[in-house]
Write a protein that binds this ligand. Structure first.
Ligand SMILES: [Zn+2]
Length: 372
């Protein structure tokens, strides 16, 4: 990590960053913020940086407080996110409230991040509402949400709203190439396929999904159905997601080691470790789930490209431009393409409902082959 402030690492949100830095500089903290904007643009990262800045003006990233917030060992910092991938439960919020009252406060502020706050169950939201109505002293809540339709208005009206907009394509490219060290070609493709969302683009570029694309296109344009190929494709997609989470697990293990070296031997070290591991587990589940959704985005992109080509639209409008030769050889009717897209949407719903992903993909490819 660089020595400079953590703020420097946030890209494409200069106005928002200036606003938040101003809050810290002028000491105008309020008790609750709601960070809202599209998914995967860096809201959670900004929230973590703001949390660090609340207790270290510079958000230096290297002091005990900043590092404690980054690796969740700070006694006055709490982070909650949806259980599994679905919802934030009442028990998570009541546990949190207990912790706020129990933890001994050091000199600074207690900071709470509620990630994906739009996934809070109504009962959980109502429990939180009570705290927001009568906030304890020196506590700051940062709610992060990408779907404002699912945030209770009673909650949002008690928070200071901080808006995030979609990142410009050039910014996403810059993050992928310079921060994540992804090759230019891969980055371009990932940006195109993600619709400009950095989180998505990052997932696409680092999951190995791009490698499966060629096999997928070959299968789709092939004229004869092939069950074995469908099964293989499904397992390739699942393997790509598993590989991605295995990589993340390695990074997380390092994080746990680092965090433990800070708190070793102290009271509560075991709890800190357990909390960190629970969070890591959730993170992995989330990434895996996202990979599956991304895989479906990729499958859909191929059919969409085929539709574009069918309309004789310019090749530059297709996403899988590097595979245009293969795509052009497809002999699939328009009606079949639209029905394939509907099947992909259905698979998306099934994955959302936590159906076994391998089964969902196998099913999808069987259906797609039958359609063609
Ligand atoms: Zn610091």
């Amino acid at each position: 990590m660089k020595d400079s402030s953590l703020w420097e690492q946030i890209k494409g949100h200069d106005k928002t960053v200036n606003l938040l830095r101003g809050v810290i500089d002028k000491k105008r903290l309020t008790h609750a913020y709601l960070f809202c904007g599209p998914r995967g643009v860096g809201k959670a990262k900004t929230a973590a940086t703001f949390a660090a800045a609340i207790n270290c003006d510079q958000a230096c990233g290297t002091c005990v407080s900043c590092r404690g917030i980054q690796n969740l060992t700070h006694p006055d910092f709490h982070y909650i996110s949806p259980e599994g991938t679905q919802t934030i439960l009442l028990s998570q919020v009541t546990d949190l409230i207990k912790k706020i009252h129990l933890t001994k406060q050091n000199n600074g502020y207690r900071v709470i991040i509620i990630d994906d706050a739009h996934k809070m169950l109504p009962v959980a939201a109502n429990a939180l509402l009570k705290v927001l109505e009568e906030p304890p002293e020196r506590v700051v809540f940062i709610l992060v949400a990408s779907d404002m339709n699912n945030v209770l208005s009673t909650i949002s009206s008690r928070c200071q709203r901080v808006n995030f907009s979609a990142l410009k394509v050039e910014v996403v490219r810059d993050i992928l190439i310079n921060d994540l060290k992804i090759s230019k070609d891969k980055a371009d493709l990932a940006v195109m396929l993600s619709g400009g969302m950095v989180g998505e683009a990052m997932e696409i570029a680092s999951s190995g999904l791009l490698k499966v694309r060629k096999t997928m296109v070959d299968a789709i344009v092939a004229e004869k159905p092939d069950t074995a190929r469908s099964v293989e494709l499904a397992s390739l997609l699942v393997a790509a997601a598993k590989k991605r989470t295995a990589k993340i697990k390695k990074d997380q293990e390092i994080e746990v080691k680092e965090a433990m070296s800070f708190v070793e031997g102290s009271r509560g070290a075991a709890t800190i470790k357990r909390n960190l591991e629970t969070r890591h587990h959730r993170e992995r589940a989330r990434v895996e789930h996202r990979c599956y959704q991304q895989a479906l985005v990729l499958v859909a992109s191929i059919y969409r490209d085929l539709l574009v080509l069918k309309e004789n639209a310019d090749e530059k409008f297709i996403a899988n431009v590097d595979l245009s030769f293969e795509l052009k050889s497809a002999k699939i009717e328009r009606a079949q393409l639209t029905s394939a897209l509907a099947n992909i949407d259905e698979a998306k719903q099934r994955i959302e409902q936590n159906v076994n992903p391998l089964l969902a993909f196998e099913n999808l490819f069987f259906t797609l082959e039958a359609v063609v």
